[in-house]
Write a protein that binds this ligand. Structure first.
Ligand code: ARG
Ligand code: ZN
Length: 876
């Protein structure tokens, strides 16, 4: 049943303490849950309704006595409770079956170890409880298990006691000193080893940091530990927020639905975001580990110390914590140019993933108003757009003002479960004179209105008075359930360049009305505008730039974001002109564009990382979003042809770039050397593409050599990808060799599957290859990472191969959604979203996609997760 934000009511009971006792057994784990419970005097008296899911109940005692109870669906209802507001003892004894738990929510088994995932509503799969974030309790946890099979027993907080039980069993008792909502509960039991680090914080307190992994993986934990130490130091330095625990643990598991989870003092991670060595992980992996370790650690304050009142407030912790992890990675990157690279990467994610979400059937506000299944709302809108909303607050009150706002937020709300309003209010109250405080109610429309606003700018130039005008107007398209939108508060950083590329004016305009004009007097000649510098707001900027203006910005803008953006616009304009050409003729890239790309590639001072971003063409999905009706195969063909022409026209330049950047010294994943590797990789790909055009075998040979000799995974994988993307015969033997080299490295095999499923389609060859890989002995659909690496890489990340006129891609998709739904509805629902944008497709794909979705929707016993996605997709 649908849950509405407007229906929020405080809980009828509070749970103050929880004592959990586990007898861990994969087939049947026994859970004794002893709580102190009392009525909430502010709510009218009513029975206690406890959430539960797939539990076997054996006993309920109130103050030590048996009591009557009934079931309402999966809820346990207690009606005959002691009168009055005094606390009483409630004991519930249940069992569950962790080995059969394929949903990976609640308590489950992975590689013979026990793990938990409770956010959002997994705790009810462990015991009956008020499974909602505004019920906060103190936890004591006793774990009992076979000592040989489960030598390590972990839970939140501090280890207070451990010992032997005889019979080959042992126990550990953990006490968490902080009250917490049950979604932050965790336990881990298994054969694990750990890397340890003792640190002393600025305040002089000592802490133990631990990273737990399976025995063979210890040599891949150094980077995660370094990232954790950097996170602790950063939160203290930037926000004055210290580590509040004696002991902070990270545990890695290879079966995990999402990236990681911020359980108090016991973060549980997908191995993908912990394990790294130069031999097995790429620079991108190293970067992701740094930001996810930071993200989960930063949740300790933004999420755990102050948590969400209800799940509609999810962005309170997620948007804020993504903003914090983005700032962390920028600060670690150091130099301004490296910070800009990180910013561009973050915006690229927002525009290729969140903008389509905001324009599709699952569009929802940063603070949603309703859901059927909360797991469907762990989205790029709640996370990434939510982070942009927090970033705009910082832009409007300044860095210092934002820090003051954070201080006030913790002064007011430490230990509480609060709302997005409380956060925005604290930022405003700490900066009472700011523009932000004055605009607060209007600013908060960013939380309530879905859809990506479009800002249209029109220039005017009065030569007589030397006055330049930018007429700015905003609008926002309708989204499901929201027809008309009110104007947003849109901070727009801008600058003006003269004909020679020098900056003659700059500023920040805060657009609040539907339309306003920005006027700059006193100019010598008509300037070139650089609008929305640094992407100061999550909007689409519509300005009719001429090629000449874009070339000026690309060459001279002092804002690296808009410099990159100018190149993106040049490329998108060319792609769209060709796609929209009714004659369907081939695309011929013009000399000015090619020369501009050449001069960036050869630029004497720009960073390699920045060059790589500029020379990477906009993604097919991003180009597709600019079109009313999309033929993904046409988009693919046009983009491929642009890439081929860039490859051939810049052949000597790519060869130079390869030579000049191929060596990056002793491996380190820092921004400078990873930027060099990225550019060398891009060069090698273009050289292999050009070689295919020319029938040349020299560059493929060099790529194969590099593939064999590389001393790190980034260079090795880039060489392999160059052969695959370049359609070279050597790709086959290289793939086989790669598999043989890494057959025991699960995360590397994921890359191997993903590369093949995401390769450019040549005559419809990808789908048969994917179907064949489904039968590969290393494929296992129950493992989310492996399912994503093969199935999602094809359905969600390879539009040119997936959207086939014969509908075979959609048939494959519907089969997999239904298969996964029986195993793991969360993963199935993510896959279901691959067809979100079906309405935009050209026929015959559009009709075929609709049929495939309808087929899924008609399946009996569909999970809420998938049902919500497909119903919304089909709704008019
Ligand atoms: N709070 C976690 C994070 O962002 C995500 C957990 C989501 N889990 C889920 N089952 N929806 O770091
Ligand atoms: Zn998070």
């Amino acid at each position: 049943t649908v849950v509405y934000r407007a229906d929020y009511q405080a809980p009828a009971y509070w749970i103050d303490t929880v004592e959990l006792c586990f007898d861990l057994d994969p087939a049947k784990t026994r859970v004794l849950n002893r709580m102190t419970v009392r009525r909430n005097p502010d709510v009218q008296p009513q029975p206690l309704r406890l959430d539960g899911d797939e539990l076997v109940l054996s006993r309920v005692l109130v103050d030590g006595q048996g009591t009557s109870f009934k079931m309402e669906g999966s809820r346990l209802v207690l009606e005959n409770l002691p009168a009055g507001n005094e606390p009483f003892k409630l004991e519930i004894f249940t069992t569950c079956a962790p080995a059969k738990n394929s949903k990976l929510m609640g308590l489950y088994v992975s590689n013979d170890s026990f793990f938990t995932q409770c956010e959002a509503e997994g705790f009810r799969r462990i015991t009956y409880f008020l499974d909602r974030p505004d019920v906060m309790a103190s936890y004591t946890v006793l774990l009992r298990a076979d000592r040989r099979k489960y030598p390590v027993l972990l839970s939140n907080g501090n280890l207070v006691e451990q010992g032997d039980l005889g019979d080959g069993r042992h126990f550990a008792k953990w006490v968490d000193p902080f009250r917490k909502p049950c979604y932050l509960f965790a336990l881990v039991a298994g054969q694990l080893v750990c890397r340890e680090q003792r640190i002393r914080s600025r305040t002089g307190k000592d802490h133990l940091l631990q990273v737990f992994v399976r025995p063979g993986d210890l040599d891949k934990t150094e980077h995660a530990m370094n990232s954790l130490m950097a996170s602790v130091a950063w939160d203290e330095a930037r926000f004055g927020l210290p580590l509040d625990l004696e002991r902070f643990m990270i545990v890695a598991t290879s079966d995990f639905n999402m990236g990681a989870m911020e359980n108090k003092g016991l973060n549980i991670f997908n191995t993908k975001y912990v394990l790294a060595s130069q031999a097995t992980a790429t620079d991108v992996d190293f970067g992701n580990i740094e930001s996810v370790v930071g993200h989960e650690y930063f949740h300790n304050w933004t999420g755990n110390r102050v948590t969400c009142r209800d799940w509609f407030q999810l962005s309170l912790k997620e948007g804020l914590t993504v903003f914090r992890d983005q700032e962390f990675s920028q600060d670690l990157a150091g130099e301004a140019s490296a910070r800009a690279v990180k910013r561009i990467e973050d915006v690229r994610v927002l525009r290729t993933a969140q903008f389509p979400e905001d324009a599709g059937p699952m569009a929802h506000p940063v603070r949603p108003d309703q859901y059927l299944e909360i797991n469907n709302f762990y989205t790029v809108t709640v996370y990434e757009k939510g982070a942009e909303v927090v970033r705009m607050m910082q832009t409007l009150v300044g860095r210092e003002g934002f820090r003051r706002g954070m201080e006030l937020y913790f002064q007011r709300h430490d230990g509480q479960a609060v709302t997005c309003d409380d956060f925005a209010q604290a930022i405003a109250d700490a900066n009472p004179q700011s523009r932000f405080a004055g605009l607060l109610p209007q600013f908060k429309r960013w939380y309530s209105q879905a859809g990506t606003p479009r800002v249209t700018a029109r220039a005017s130039w009065d030569a007589a008075s030397g006055t330049y005008g930018l007429a700015l107007s905003q609008s926002c398209p309708p989204t499901p359930g929201q027809g008309a939108k009110e104007p947003f508060v849109i901070p727009i950083a801008w600058g003006l360049l003269d004909a020679g590329g020098r900056e003659v004016a700059s500023g920040m305009h805060v657009l609040t009305q539907e339309s306003e004009t920005l006027t700059v007097p006193g100019l010598q000649g008509e300037p070139v505008p650089s609008i929305l510098r640094g992407f100061t707001a999550p909007v689409v900027l519509d300005f009719d730039y001429t090629d000449a203006q874009l070339l000026t910005l690309l060459e001279h803008d002092t804002d690296p974001f808009n410099r990159w953006e100018a190149a993106q616009r040049l490329a998108v304009n060319r792609a769209l002109a060709c796609i929209g050409d009714p004659a369907g003729g081939p695309l011929r890239l013009d000399a000015p564009y090619i020369e501009a790309m050449r001069s960036i590639l050869r630029h004497p001072t720009l960073d390699a990382a920045f060059k790589e971003l500029v020379l990477t063409l906009p993604a097919e999905a991003y180009i597709g979003e600019q079109l009313e009706v999309v033929d993904p195969q046409r988009v693919h063909a046009v983009r491929e042809s642009m890439r081929e022409q860039l490859a051939t026209a810049l052949l000597d330049d790519w060869a130079w770039a390869w030579d000049a950047h191929r060596e990056s010294g002793a491996y380190s994943p820092d921004p400078v050397s990873s930027g060099r590797r990225a550019l060398a990789g891009l060069a090698l790909t273009h050289l292999c593409i050009a070689a295919r055009q020319a029938g040349d075998t020299v560059w493929p040979g060099k790529a194969y050599q590099r593939f064999k000799d590389a001393s790190n995974m980034t260079d090795r994988f880039n060489a392999l990808a160059a052969l695959v993307v370049g359609g070279q015969d050597l790709a086959r033997p290289a793939l086989e060799r790669f598999h043989a080299m890494f057959r025991d490295e699960a995360l590397v095999l994921d890359k191997w599957f993903a590369l093949q499923a995401g390769a450019p389609d040549r005559g419809g060859n990808i789908l048969p290859a994917v179907r064949q890989l489904m039968h590969h002995p290393d494929f296992n659909i129950r493992n989310p990472n492996r399912a994503r690496s093969l199935i999602f890489s094809y359905c969600s990340a390879n539009p040119g191969a997936f959207h086939r006129p014969d509908a075979a891609g959609y048939v494959f998709w519907s089969e997999r959604v239904m298969e996964l739904d029986g195993l793991n509805p969360q993963v199935a629902a993510r896959l279901a979203r691959a067809l979100d944008r079906w309405r935009k497709l050209a026929e015959p794909m559009r009709g075929a996609a609709r049929e495939a979705i309808a087929r899924v929707a008609a399946k009996p016993d569909l999970s809420n997760d998938v049902r919500e996605v497909v119903t919304r997709a089909l709704a008019d």
